[in-house]
Design a protein around this ligand. Sequence first.
Ligand SMILES: [Zn+2]
Length: 304
Amino acid sequence: MTEKLVIGLDIGGGSTKLGLVSPGGTIVARRRLTYAKAATGDKILSDYASAIDDLMRGQKVERLAGIGIGYPGHILPDHISGDDSNVLALDGMPIAEILKRRFQCPVGLMNDADAGAIAEYRFGAGRGVDRLLMVTVGTGIGLAFLADGVPTNTANGCLGDAGHVIVVRDNPVRCRKGCLGCLESVASGQAIERHARRLRSDHKATSATAALVRDALGGNASALGIIAEAGNWIGMAAASWCNIFAPTTLLIGGGISAAGAVLVDAILLETKRRGMPSNVENVRFGIAELGNDAGIIGAAAQMF
Ligand SMILES: [Zn+2]
């Protein structure tokens, strides 16, 4: 195979997705890895390397054009390691350096919310948007802002911890990062799954969010209610984000975005109800197009 292929590695709290990606943004082959809670960083990285070997063998790729990593947390100033993520075993490990030595190719490391937004800007629903704000609701809530395709990073190699804006005054529970009353504590994938499991009394479901979205799309009133409520919370935060960034387009990604209109409408209504009219009136709201592939494609795209 002569085309220059790049590995996109989308590290997540529950699983890691990786794929061989063409410069046109197509995933040629992919793998999904889960890891035990107790897995060490060395074990996780050696699993990544084996999966990359597998993908290369399967597609008869002798040499990679690069490896791009999307990291679910802060990026340290050395640009080879991350911190404060939801995969604790990898925090502080020089993962970009280790993979570079192993595969003898350039390796890039960026925040996963930035990567998802870049994928949408180049190949998805944010194509060519001048001021693109993207919210990704996964295990946590990631935010990225791109001006003409370039991520704005305010602190820690990302847009700070913008998913942790404070939206609730009287919430006694601290989030996993320790703040009180933040958006993540009421509308992240984890918070939504808590509601969803209570609703279904189904503790065995591997993805309560996926089941919830299915129920909502089937018209189940309770499921619709949970999604609309998450949308209201996100909309409250989005009103502040719009006042800061004045986006022209706001995209919603992550597992729950499969709910479509019920989620977007709830976010849009709350944002427009609360935000400064001149900052929110003309914003286009939409669902990310690349779905769960955005992380892989965006991580790879930093190397094209
Ligand atoms: Zn928080």
